[in-house]
Design a protein around this ligand. Structure first.
Ligand code: UT7
Length: 324
């Protein structure tokens, strides 16, 4: 028998304000046509003044706990993935812990930018496998609108704000791919590619917050190769074929990346969860938001095999295989 981290509930939160491509065309030299053709994005959400990453995270967490039928006091652990923390320190996870009224356990942040949710899921899964936690809240939450250069049309049209959360609970499993829960996680990074996607600020380097900078075409090229490779790695480890996968839940950076990667593995489009059209790229929040969307409307059902994948700044990339 092995311990498995089983998904007990999932929830998402999006800020109220919608920013459309038409809105952006009034701000920078771009068009709805260019954005839709190159990315598949129609609109994104933007956090209100005074609405922080921790607020989005707490709202998504309450939704996830509600679906799990659990109270914050039932949690042993919060792992929050974000590249846009409320403050340099303390961890935004402790802000969320306080907002939820949870006074026990441990809460900390994980930083792997767009792959953050996969990294955080891996950390929480390990806590549960080792018996160090019986339950965990894994959150991806971002306010990328705060680190965008709103005069740079090549990046400001791509991102949005939001949060998603998943509650994990320990259950006994058999150790086979038939178990419910997180079956495996696969993490990679390669720091040589720093300059292709980074924020040109930080407390130690510039004492400023900085802005996101990206060589989009280069990131695109690497993303397609790395994502297909890590997805194959996850399937091979579990000994399952692409046709055994019920849902691919990709990081939502660009519809062309999503289609091209799932196409490389022969995954039909009907099995791929897409939210990039409505959410744009919400970095660490994109996968749990997509999970909340598809589990919320009944597409993802208990027992379904889900392949999660992401790639972003670092570069850092990864995949997780989860039986819902
Ligand atoms: O989540 C983190 C990981 N990030 C990603 O995965 C993003 C990966 N990259 C991409 O998604 C795509 O590379 C972009 C959507 C960022 C760009 O698409 P692209 O097809 O690679 O376009 P490009 O960068 O090669 O630019 C093509 C043209 C350029 O004009 P010229 O040089 O051909 O005259 C750009 O200046 O499009 C121009 N352009 C724009 N035009 C209108 C760039 N941004 C815009 C814009 N509106 N917003």
């Amino acid at each position: 028998m092995v311990k498995r981290a089983v998904v007990a509930g999932c929830g998402g939160y999006l800020p109220e304000k919608v920013l459309t491509n038409q809105d952006l065309a009034r701000m920078v030299d771009t068009s709805d046509e260019w954005i839709v053709q190159r990315t598949g994005i129609l609109e994104r959400r933007i956090a209100a003044e005074g609405e922080f990453t921790s607020h989005l995270a707490a709202a998504a967490s309450r939704a996830a706990l509600g679906r799990a039928g659990m109270e914050p006091s039932d949690l042993d652990l919060i792992v929050l993935a974000t590249a846009t923390p409320d403050e340099t320190f303390p961890a935004t996870a402790t802000r969320v812990q306080n907002e939820l009224g949870m006074t026990r356990g441990a809460a900390f942040d994980v930083q792997a930018v767009c792959s953050g949710f996969i990294y955080a899921l891996n950390v929480a899964d390990n806590f549960i496998r080792l018996g160090q936690a019986e339950s965990a809240l894994v959150i991806g939450a971002e306010t990328f609108s705060r680190i965008l250069d709103w005069t740079d049309r090549a990046t400001c049209v791509l991102f949005g704000d939001g949060a998603g959360a998943v509650v994990l609970r320990a259950e006994e499993g058999t150790g086979t791919a038939e178990d419910r829960g997180v079956l495996s996680n696969h993490l990679h990074s390669d720091g040589r590619h720093h300059d292709l996607l980074f924020v040109d600020g930080g407390p130690s380097s510039t004492r400023t917050v900085g802005h996101l900078r990206m060589a989009g075409r280069d990131v695109f090229r690497h993303a397609v190769v790395n994502l297909a490779s890590v997805m194959r790695e996850a399937l091979a480890t579990a000994g399952v074929d692409p046709e055994d996968v019920d849902w691919v839940v990709p990081h939502q950076a660009n519809l062309r990346i999503i289609n091209s990667t799932s196409g490389k593995l022969g995954m039909p489009a009907e099995k791929v969860i897409v939210t990039v059209d409505r959410h744009a790229n919400t970095s660490a929040a994109s996968i749990p938001l997509a999970l909340a969307d598809a589990a919320g409307d009944g597409r993802i059902k208990p027992g379904d095999l889900c392949l999660l994948e992401a790639m972003g700044g670092g570069f850092a990339w990864g995949a997780s295989l989860v039986r819902w």
